[in-house]
Design a protein around this ligand. Structure first.
Ligand code: SF4
Length: 419
């Protein structure tokens, strides 16, 4: 690798590291025509300590940008070293790194140079070359440039596994303050294009098998958390709306990192991003997608922010003592899933095991239930008859004292939660 490419790589990989939306799950592209790579279930990921994915070659095409978003290191008013790859350089890097087994795929984003279409066109050339000329069958996640024409976005979708378009700030007010050249409407227009094409291609593929796959791993978006005064309610309702309206695979929450310290409009939060808040948002996201919780159950006008000391499932249970205790021998699956300490897998095991007899405490432990946590919210066959009911405040302090809430905080959002 030449010194110039090495320098570009250093600059453009460093500028890309703030984007967290790069988990590569959900794609099933198979190796074909003796090409290179595949994205089957064997694809593995590695994560940095704070949960960010590092398994892909994650770079910007260029960090030259005509926009001036206050929270971004690549904004035009920042005095940083600028660089741009050529199309061929990105293709060569991806192929060389893949052959050396350094990466499983490519995550390509970019600053907007000249115009959205000009930038997106270059990125399209990269993915086209990789697929058509290099026969590369590895994973590709492309960050679409907001405002690019529907034709280019549609064509790019035929070559990538996942596409994402960032909402950036959770509220329009925040976006106007920190990225006034962008609007949510523009991002939503692009998300809508991808959603419509996903439906269209899926329908056509049902009738004609040779119709190509379009963005097979779906689309995602990302919001910066903690740069503006938005509440968790604002963020969660926004995420919920976008899951429902745009059929998103994931919403990523990126704790604001104070990169531009001279920017007075941004909050001074020291050097650490609000990781615990980010983590709680991922947990609430998990509850909405896999545990049947509605966004409005997790946050409301009375509780606009998630508790930081307990996870959102425990927080909900403590606010709703009228729903407990749950009789594990009678309750439906949906309610069992709401018990703190019982995850999706153990809830399923409980329902299955009930067909063969009553559920007892020792069985729960073998099923993987976090019994020390769950015991406050359940009844089963051998629960003592005259057990003393505890108040929510007592349960909360007992759980906090025993340190049981810590284990959920340490899990990576990409690995999933069981709580
Ligand atoms: S458009 Fe993207 S790259 Fe450009 S300043 Fe805004 S966030 Fe940064």
């Amino acid at each position: 690798m030449s010194d110039r490419i090495r320098e570009k790589l250093q600059i453009l990989a460093d500028a890309a590291k703030y984007d967290v939306s790069c988990s590569s799950s959900g794609s099933n592209r198979k190796n074909k025509d003796k090409g290179l790579g595949n994205t089957g279930s064997g694809i593995c990921h590695s994560y940095t300590e704070d949960g960010r994915c590092v398994s892909l070659l994650k770079i910007l095409f260029s960090n030259v940008c005509i926009y001036d978003c206050a929270y971004c290191v690549s904004r035009r008013s920042n005095d940083v070293k600028r660089a741009a790859f050529t199309v061929q350089e990105v293709v060569d890097l991806t192929m060389n790194f893949y052959r050396r087994n350094y990466i499983e795929g490519l995550f390509l984003s970019s600053g907007i140079f000249r115009s959205a279409d000009y930038t997106m066109e270059r990125m399209l050339q990269v993915v086209k070359k990789l697929r058509l000329e290099e026969n590369f069958n590895g994973y590709i996640h492309l960050k679409a440039i907001p405002g690019a024409s529907p034709e280019i976005i549609t064509e790019a979708g035929l070559y990538v596994d996942r596409m994402s378009i960032n909402l950036e700030m959770p509220t329009e007010a925040g976006l106007q303050k920190f990225a006034p050249e962008k609007t949510h409407a523009e991002v939503q227009k692009d998300l809508g294009i991808v959603r419509d094409r996903l439906i269209q291609f899926k329908d056509e593929r049902k009738m004609i098998r040779s119709v190509p796959a379009f963005v097979p791993a779906g689309q995602t978006t990302q919001m910066v958390v903690g740069a503006h005064s938005e509440s968790d309610q604002d963020i969660i309702l926004m995420a919920d709306r976008h899951y429902k309206e745009f059929n998103l695979k994931r919403v990523y929450y990126s704790g604001y990192i104070p990169i531009n310290e001279q920017e007075k409009a941004l909050p001074a939060i020291g050097s650490a991003p609000p990781l615990l808040r980010e983590n709680r948002l991922y947990q609430s996201d998990w509850l909405m997608r896999f545990y049947g919780f509605e966004a409005t159950e997790l946050v409301d006008e009375k509780h606009p922010n998630l508790d930081l000391d307990v996870d959102p499932k425990l927080g909900w249970a403590l606010r709703h003592p009228e729903q407990f205790p749950v009789d594990l021998n009678r309750a439906d699956y949906r309610m069992i899933l709401r018990v703190p300490g019982i995850g999706v897998r153990s809830a399923k095991k409980i329902v299955q095991a009930r067909r063969f007899g009553k559920i007892h405490i020792d069985q729960l432990k073998r099923m993987g239930v976090a019994y020390n946590r769950a015991q406050h919210f359940i009844r089963c066959a051998d629960t003592p008859k005259f057990i003393k009911e505890q108040l929510p405040g007592q349960i909360r302090s007992q759980i906090l004292q025993s340190g049981q809430s810590k284990y959920v905080q340490q899990l990576s959002p990409q690995l999933g939660f069981a709580f």
